[in-house]
Write a protein of this length. Structure first.
Length: 264
C-alpha cells in the first residue's frame, strides 16, 4: 500500500522544479562565453564549438538528474521509509513525466544555441541521444534502491527474531514430546540457548553413529560415508520392510540421510 499523499507529491514536485531551474541558471551566458572564446580563434562555426556546447548542456542535464534523485528517490533512500510496489510504480511514472521533457529540452537548448547553422543540426540530435542514455541511470538507481530496501527489511526481520527470541517462542512441551528421546537429550539444551545449527549438527552425528553401530553389528565390518548409507539402506539387503511402500520409504531414508549428512 502506498503512503504517497498529495502533500508529499507536491513537496517532491516543488523541490525538483527548484533544482531544475537552478541547473540551467546562466546557461545562455556560459554558451555566449564559449562562442566568444572560439570566435577569437576563428572557430565560431567549428565542430569543436558545437561539441563544447553539447558538453555544457549535458553537464547541466546531469545536475537536473541529481535534482530529481534528491527530490524523489532520496525520500526513500535517505530514510527508513518502506518502498512498496506502488511506490516504485509512482517513482517510475515520475521519471517519465519529468525527465522525458528535460531530454527534449536538451535538444531544444542545443538548437537554440546553434541557430540555423545546418552543420550543427547533428549535434542537437546528439544532445538528445546522450541525455536519454544518461537518464536511464535513474532506472538503474531505482532498482538498486529497491534491492537495498529489501535487504534492509530482511535484516530488520532477522534482528527482530533473534535465536533467543525464537527459542522462547517455541512451545517446548509440545515440541519435545513429539521427538525421539535421543533428540531431546542432544538438542533441547542447545535449542533453548539459541544454538540451532549446533543442535542440528549434533543430532545428525548421533544418527550417523547409530547407523554405523547397527551396520557393524550386522556385518562385523566398519563402513563410513556413502558406503555406510548404501549398505544400511540397500534395497538388495534383506530388511524387515516387506511391502513395496515400505521399501520405497527405506530408499527415501537412505537418500535423505545422505543429503543431510552431505554424503556423496
Amino acid at each position: 500500500m502506498s503512503t504517497i499523499t498529495q502533500t508529499f507529491e507536491s513537496l517532491c514536485d516543488k523541490e525538483f522544479e527548484m533544482g531544475r531551474v537552478d541547473a540551467y541558471e546562466n546557461l545562455d551566458r556560459e554558451i555566449a562565453a564559449l562562442k566568444h572564446q572560439f570566435s577569437a580563434k576563428g572557430a565560431l562555426f567549428s565542430s569543436n564549438l558545437a561539441q563544447a556546447v553539447v558538453d555544457v548542456i549535458l553537464k547541466r542535464f546531469d545536475v537536473v538528474l541529481t535534482a530529481f534523485e534528491n527530490a524523489y528517490l532520496n525520500k526513500w533512500g535517505a530514510t527508513d521509509r518502506d518502498l512498496t510496489e506502488t511506490d516504485m510504480e509512482w517513482l517510475k511514472a515520475k521519471v517519465s513525466s519529468k525527465l522525458d521533457f528535460e531530454i527534449l529540452q536538451a535538444r531544444t537548448r542545443a538548437q537554440n544555441a546553434f541557430g540555423a547553422t545546418p552543420a550543427f543540426a547533428q549535434f542537437a540530435g546528439q544532445a538528445e541521444v546522450k541525455a536519454r542514455e544518461r537518464h536511464m541511470r535513474v532506472f538503474q538507481k531505482l532498482d538498486i534502491l529497491k534491492l537495498r530496501k529489501e535487504q534492509a527489511g530482511m535484516k530488520k526481520e532477522a534482528k527482530e527474531i533473534s535465536p533467543a527470541t525464537a527459542a522462547k517462542a517455541m512451545d517446548a512441551n509440545f515440541i519435545w514430546e513429539e521427538l525421539h528421546p535421543a533428540v531431546v537429550r542432544i538438542a533441547k539444551s542447545r535449542v533453548e540457548s539459541g544454538n540451532f545449527a549446533d543442535a542440528v549438527e549434533a543430532c545428525l552425528k548421533e544418527v550417523n553413529d547409530r547407523i554405523k553401530k547397527f551396520v557393524r553389528e550386522k556385518t562385523a565390518k566398519e563402513f563410513d560415508g556413502a558406503d555406510l548409507m548404501n549398505r544400511a539402506f540397500s534395497l538388495q539387503t534383506p530388511s524387515s520392510y516387506s511391502t513395496i511402500r515400505q521399501r520405497r520409504l527405506e530408499e527415501i531414508y537412505r537418500l535423505a540421510t545422505c543429503k543431510f549428512l552431505r554424503v556423496p
